[in-house]
Design a protein around this ligand. Structure first.
Ligand code: PLP
Length: 447
């Protein structure tokens, strides 16, 4: 069977490999709109859009056509040594037009991890170029997920993604408190006071490390894989003021937030963030092909451009960075967003999504229901009043997502015993109702 061959030959990331040998895979074989089906023909509503990425669902013919056209015309060229292609040029231009005002250049690659890794290396390069070789330390947040390659893996602040690897660069990467008011707020502390305390924590850390050793702060506007943590009021305004004071760059990881997830083009628009560097992936191509980008300002570009001239070249790039077929699919994705007014659609249906999400807060298992736009999570607790969690060995989110599967809904357990909800952006109000009806039934099964 397919399952037996999967167990025999396939290694799965983020999977307990021994458990997998017992349990076997869920083999997805088809998709239509926001629905996918498995090899036994069972249909599921894809409530997490794959891994927060399948914004246009699973049957967008225009993307298939865009890939086919480019494959027939010119399946591969690269972007090293002055080489380029039409889709790369058009996509870079389009991304710069869509990006926050300060962005003037786009550097294309293949995954979110690669984009964040590249951003970190470019920042080190930039500070060497500026004659500040000590200014290399990077601050991220606990619970953050920024990928798994070497530098991005150091940014990630989730124990499950770091355990057992003995990551070596502990003098370069630091983590501060995640902005979860629900979990980290002190008794009686207002949202604004919590934000002030967290910004002060960043300030204190920079001062104690020495501002001349701190290069950048990396954050998602809304933390996704860390549990869908929506920032408290004033948080990013206060943190940005601290960073400015210390000449520390803001890197916005828009890998999940980017392209309308929070209701605006960027999470940065929703939270009034002016990033120095922005990384994006996932919904950039609606996940039909792998592609990501590092977007940068002209000031940043000028510094690295001069330094590349000094060294003979910019010593980074990827064989498949700016793959013409992936770029053509991404360009078509952005055209679809524009022509179908995807942003307007998200803003139209998200009040219903958020209303259904908020209603789950009444369920006996749910401590907090939180979200913005078309992303949300419920955090499950043993005691709603004291917020006491279930024991580590008895987490409830995996049981709930297991029951969701039985009800024909795919969701994902997240750290902090949360269940993440992040459907394709094309979801309708009727499908939103189906999603929450099924999730409610799963919660009732477990309660
Ligand atoms: N950054 C964020 C915010 C992510 O959610 C992810 C993946 O989920 C990444 C980076 C890493 O992206 P990839 O898995 O494409 O390497």
């Amino acid at each position: 069977s397919l399952a037996a061959r999967d167990i025999a030959y396939t290694v799965h990331g983020y999977t307990n490999l021994r458990q997998h040998e017992e349990q076997g895979p869920l083999v997805i074989t088809g998709g239509e709109g926001v629905w996918v089906s498995d090899d036994e023909g069972k249909k599921y509503l894809e409530g997490l859009a794959g891994l927060w990425c399948s914004s246009l669902g699973f049957s967008e013919k225009r993307l298939v056509e865009a890939a086919r056209r480019q494959l027939e015309r010119m399946p591969y060229t690269h972007t090293f040594s002055h080489r380029s292609s039409e889709p790369v040029i058009e996509l870079s231009e389009k991304l710069v037009q869509m990006a926050p005002a300060s962005v003037t250049k786009a550097f294309l690659m293949n995954s979110g991890s690669e984009a964040n890794d590249t951003a970190i290396k470019l920042i080190w390069y930039y500070n060497n170029a500026r004659g500040k070789p000590e200014k290399k330390r990077i601050i991220a947040r606990r619970r953050a997920y920024h990928g798994i390659t070497l530098a991005a893996g150091h940014l990630t602040g989730l124990p499950y993604a770091r355990a057992g690897f003995d990551l070596p660069m502990s003098d370069r990467f630091f983590h501060v408190t995640a902005p979860s008011w629900y979990r980290e707020g002190l008794p009686g502390e207002s949202e604004e006071e919590f934000s002030t305390r967290l910004a002060n924590e960043v300030d204190t850390l920079i001062r104690s490390l020495g501002a001349d050793t701190v290069a950048a702060f990396v954050a998602e506007p809304v933390m996704g894989a860390g549990g869908v943590v929506v920032p408290p009021k004033g948080y990013f305004e206060k943190v940005q003021a601290v960073l400015k004071k210390h000449d520390v760059l803001f890197v916005a990881d828009e890998v999940i937030n980017g392209f309308y997830r929070t209701g605006n083009t960027w999470g940065c628009d929703t939270y009034n963030i002016q990033p120095d560097i922005l990384t994006c992936a996932k919904q950039l191509s609606a996940s039909y092909l792998p592609i990501s980008a590092v977007l940068m300002s002209q000031d940043f570009y000028e510094v690295i451009a001069d330094f590349s001239a000094k060294h003979g070249n910019l010593g980074m790039g990827y064989t498949y960075g700016g793959h013409p077929v992936a770029a053509a699919v991404a360009l078509e994705t952005l055209k679809i967003y524009e022509e179908d007014k995807t942003g307007e659609h998200v803003r139209a249906v998200s009040p219903h999504f958020q209303k259904r999400l908020a209603q789950l807060a009444d369920h006996p298992l749910v401590g907090e229901a939180r979200g913005v736009g078309l992303i949300g999570a419920i955090e499950l607790v043993r005691d709603k009043k004291t917020r006491e969690p279930f024991e580590v060995s008895a987490k409830v989110a995996p049981q709930v997502t297991g029951r969701c599967l039985a009800h024909g809904l795919i969701l994902r357990p997240l750290p902090g015993d949360a269940v993440g909800i992040c459907p394709p952006l094309i979801i309708t109000e009727a499908e939103i109702d189906q999603l929450f009806d099924r999730l409610t039934a799963a919660l009732d099964d477990v309660a």
